[in-house]
Write a protein that binds this ligand. Structure first.
Ligand code: ADP
Ligand code: MG
Length: 347
């Protein structure tokens, strides 16, 4: 199947290069597969609607750190990050399966706590846990969740649907989850130096919640639906705004102009960013795990969308293929490159 004879380090390809490499060897044979690898969820034709399928995995030491991750939050997050991919197709999730690998350090009570979080997410987002797998692990924990959902054929939103002149929108605000992580890492480092220190995280609840307990934007999918707006393209923001904009541009074969001052950043994010000598907007562009929605709409939807609470219009799609530009207040443009999360890139 693969005719490599060398020993290629995965970091040479990066996460997306590796996925491309794998997907090239798999041709879709079943005509019901409308979209296979390459979007937030796979799309399967059910006749009168589409079924959506998406998987995401969280690994101890990479995606979460036991030192500061409450187990209930971990279970909740493992589910909600998956639901986010179903909403990113403009769909609604219905079922999940949960697979968990556990090392012997975890007690029954620990597993119960994880499942408390999973249950809460199921209740909040009205999905059913319908299966999974339980295995032992030599080192740490891994949780993998698969979400299944549905979408009307007329409403499905792919990464590939953006057209020149479409407006680019994001929900909520960006960069907070990244700063939540920086704060937790800072406290962990201080604690290592002096275990008697009490964590000093007062006033940062919002940022910590954004990191530890992300909520997918079911409400935005509903809001757009209720206002008769079907996004021309959509993706959820898991790896930073820059990275997701480049996915939309690549898959839609377009470019984009983004106006820096329009990127929504909460004042708590801006203030916390100063602590780390970074710019809040840089966190929005290159941080990750915000789980907001990035989407495009037709110009003709402008009057409706501009009135919708919780949605910011940050730029527009251009015909300049693959040229994603960031425009500052002096009207100077720089190219957007993705510094966001890429599982295997050597940084
Ligand atoms: P997201 O950030 O929305 O979860 P990813 O970047 O993880 O999306 O994945 C992009 C696409 O690649 C998705 O369609 C996903 O199903 C697919 N994919 C990721 N890893 C693999 C793999 N190991 N084998 C097959 N498909 C994969
Ligand atoms: Mg996604």
């Amino acid at each position: 199947m693969f005719d490599n004879t060398e020993h290629t380090n995965i970091s040479k390809l990066g996460e997306f290069g590796l996925i491309d490499h794998i997907s090239k060897s798999f041709e879709v044979k079943n005509p019901k597969v409308i979209k296979g690898i390459g979007d937030d969820a796979a799309v399967i034709d059910l006749g009168d609607s589409f079924m959506l399928v998406s998987t995401d995995m969280l690994t101890e030491g990479v995606h979460f750190d036991m030192v500061y991750t409450p187990l209930k939050h971990l279970g909740y997050k493992a589910v909600t990050v998956n639901l986010s991919d179903i909403y990113a197709m403009n769909g609604n999730p219905a079922y999940i399966t949960v697979s968990i690998a556990l090392s012997s350090k975890f007690t029954l009570e620990a597993v119960e706590e994880i499942y408390e979080g999973i249950k809460l997410a199921c209740e909040n987002y009205k999905v059913d846990l319908v299966g999974g797998d339980t295995v032992s692990s030599n080192l740490g924990m891994t949780i993998s969740v698969t979400a299944v959902g549905y979408v009307d054929k007329k409403s499905v939103a792919y990464r590939s649907g953006a057209k020149e002149f479409d407006l680019i929108c994001v929900s909520g605000d960006l960069g907070a989850a990244y700063l939540g992580l920086q704060l937790l890492e800072r406290e962990k480092a201080l604690f290592k130096e002096n275990p008697n220190l009490q964590p000093d995280l007062q006033g940062y609840d919002y940022l910590l919640e954004r990191q530890l307990k992300p909520e997918p934007r079911k409400d935005i999918v509903r809001l757009l639906h209720d206002n008769g707006v079907v996004p021309t393209s959509m993706i959820d923001i898991s790896d930073g705004l820059s990275s997701e904009l480049l996915h939309i541009c690549k898959e839609s074969n377009v470019g984009c102009d983004i106006y820096i001052e329009k990127i929504p950043v909460d004042h708590l994010t801006t203030t916390a960013a100063e602590l780390f000598n970074i710019d809040g907007t840089t966190c929005a562009l290159n941080g990750g795990e915000d789980y907001e929605l990035l989407f495009t709409v037709k110009q003709s939807d402008f009057e409706i969308v501009k009135k919708l609470k919780g949605i910011s219009i940050i730029g527009h799609i251009t015909g300049d293929k693959m040229n994603a530009r960031l425009i500052n207040q002096a009207n100077e443009a720089t190219s957007i490159t993705a510094f966001g999360w890429d599982a295997f890139k050597a940084n």
